[in-house]
Design a protein around this ligand. Structure first.
Ligand SMILES: *[C@@H]1O[C@H](CO)[C@@H](O)[C@H](O)[C@H]1NC(C)=O
Ligand SMILES: *[C@@H]1O[C@H](CO)[C@@H](O)[C@H](O)[C@H]1NC(C)=O
Ligand SMILES: *[C@@H]1O[C@H](CO)[C@@H](O)[C@H](O)[C@H]1NC(C)=O
Ligand SMILES: *[C@@H]1O[C@H](CO)[C@@H](O)[C@H](O)[C@H]1NC(C)=O
Ligand SMILES: *[C@@H]1O[C@H](CO)[C@@H](O)[C@H](O)[C@H]1NC(C)=O
Length: 430
């Protein structure tokens, strides 16, 4: 294992004494993500000196021998702050896992090993009911929902977490030391469950480099946009930020839009739709909202909804055309459920059962996990497309029960875990 590239670590160790270097080679900020292949899982972690990237794991129950090994690579990431802090982001993908098998793992190298964590491999196929915890806008300070999410993760209540943009406030702050703190903080959830993300406005610094480098999302776009399958659902994660930070490249906006068109067309093919009827999107900034601030979603023609440069790249028509079922947003620090809506017209399935076979996508905005900017109040007037508004800290549970039923619940952390919204989205006539 003592290859030349780790020589600097050893030289530093010799000159400073072993303890000074130990904190640089000790793995930290361990987190998991799906790769898009249900029988794989990626483990990502950080060290502050170059070390090998190894994950050792065992199946449980059984003796903890850590006798299965997987190897990967580290990339050096230099934060854009004046200290130019250097970190090594390690990525190892565990392959050929046994569906639903629980594994215990640790990661690192013979220079230092992490504590042991565990996860359950995903089920294959589309005939099972994934359980998700979903939220946006969770910071390092005032991460009010985190303790409850930690507890529920340890109780094995979820298969995956979706964090819909805005992390740490911000990942790059204090020369990215807030990013390190945040990633250590969420390890208690993210080292046990795949933590799937999309970028928000708070990730903008240095061209989203902290976001792109710290997370390991499927595909080749460094997590800015990607899609993957989860049981009976096809999940699309996108960047709404390409509409707002045009200075990083108008091509990115066009590229994402073309990719979305292609991905949706594929997902909407009858054979795919039969297998995975649900199409769910997640993106940070909503098309609609009724908060009391100056955000873009207060505008009638939000750029995410109707596009820019004279109506190009608008997502509402695209998502409507391909029959997207559920759109998850954040950015507003509150919870809002919309009636099925397209172009400001409400399309309830029926007056009695608005969410049974609705004729337009259903939106929820769930951005109140907790951060140092606190909650966002609502505009006093009621909008006819808005079904329910809750100004509490909390997060959303989504149970994709089967090919026809999705159960959504809003958990209020302020009200001690009370369920403050509960509804079924049903599509049994496609
Ligand atoms: C690891 O050890 C367990 C228990 O002895 C054994 O059943 C399993 O086959 C071993 N796996 C590998 C890859 O060696
Ligand atoms: C590490 O990266 C190199 C070059 O990118 C690649 O050829 C190699 O297969 C990687 N090693 C592992 C174990 O993934
Ligand atoms: C920002 O990063 C993206 C890759 O995510 C790259 O395509 C783009 O050229 C970068 N823009 C600038 C201005 O560096
Ligand atoms: C949306 O509604 C507006 C006015 O309410 C109308 O002018 C426009 O044509 C509609 N757009 C589509 C795509 O139907
Ligand atoms: C889907 O789930 C719902 C809610 O649990 C249930 O009522 C329904 O029978 C299920 N459908 C199938 C085909 O299992």
């Amino acid at each position: 294992m003592l290859v030349l590239e780790y020589l600097p670590v050893l030289l530093v160790a010799v000159s400073l004494g072993q303890s000074a270097v130990l904190d640089k080679v000790q793995p930290e900020q361990v987190h998991l993500s799906y790769t898009g292949d249900p029988l794989s899982m990626t483990v990502t972690w950080t060290t502050f000196a170059p070390t090998p990237s190894v994950v050792k794991y065992s199946t449980v129950p059984g003796p903890l021998l850590f006798n299965i090994s997987a190897y990967g690579n580290a990339t050096q990431f230099v934060d854009g702050g004046f200290m130019k802090r250097k970190m090594f982001i390690h990525r190892v993908t565990l392959k050929n896992l046994t569906p639903t098998q629980r594994y215990v793992y640790h990661c690192g190298s013979d220079f230092g090993w992490s504590p042991q964590f565990s996860f359950r491999a995903m089920q294959t196929g589309s005939s099972w009911g994934p359980r998700l915890a979903v939220f946006g806008d969770m910071g390092n300070e005032n991460a009010q929902s985190l303790p409850r999410l930690q507890k529920e993760t340890q109780m094995d209540m979820y298969d995956v977490i979706l964090h819909v943009g805005d992390f740490a406030y911000d990942l790059d702050k204090d020369n990215a030391q807030i990013g390190d703190k945040f990633m250590r903080q969420v390890e208690s959830v993210a080292a046990y469950l795949p933590y799937m993300t999309c970028p928000g406005n708070h990730e903008e610094a240095y061209n989203f480099s902290n976001y792109r480098n710290r997370f390991s999302m499927p595909g080749t776009t460094e997590g800015l946009w990607y899609s993957w399958n989860l049981g009976p659902a096809h999940i699309i994660s996108l960047s709404t930020e390409v509409y707002f930070f045009i200075n990083y490249g108008k091509e990115l906006l066009a590229e994402q839009y073309r990719w979305l068109q292609k991905d949706l067309e594929e997902a909407n093919k009858p054979s795919n739709r039969l297998e995975r009827p649900w199409i769910i999107t997640m993106g940070h900034r909503p098309m609609y909202c009724s908060n009391f601030d100056k955000d873009d979603c207060l505008q009638h023609d939000t750029v995410v909804r109707t596009g820019i440069f004279g109506g190009q790249y608008g997502l509402e028509d695209l998502f409507y055309k391909y029959g997207v079922d559920l759109e998850i947003w954040a950015h507003e620090h509150s919870y809002e459920r919309l009636w099925p809506v397209y172009n400001y017209t409400v399309y309830k399935g029926s007056p009695e059962s608005p969410y049974t076979n609705p004729l337009a996508p259903v939106h929820i905005i769930t951005g109140s996990a907790g951060c140092n900017e606190r909650l966002d109040p609502f505009f006093p007037l009621h909008r006819e497309w808005s079904a329910l508004r809750i100004e509490d800290y909390g997060y959303t549970r989504i149970h994709i029960a089967n090919k026809t039923h999705i159960h959504l619940q809003q958990v209020s952390d302020d009200q001690n875990g009370e369920i403050v919204d509960d509804f079924w989205l049903i599509k049994d006539k496609r």
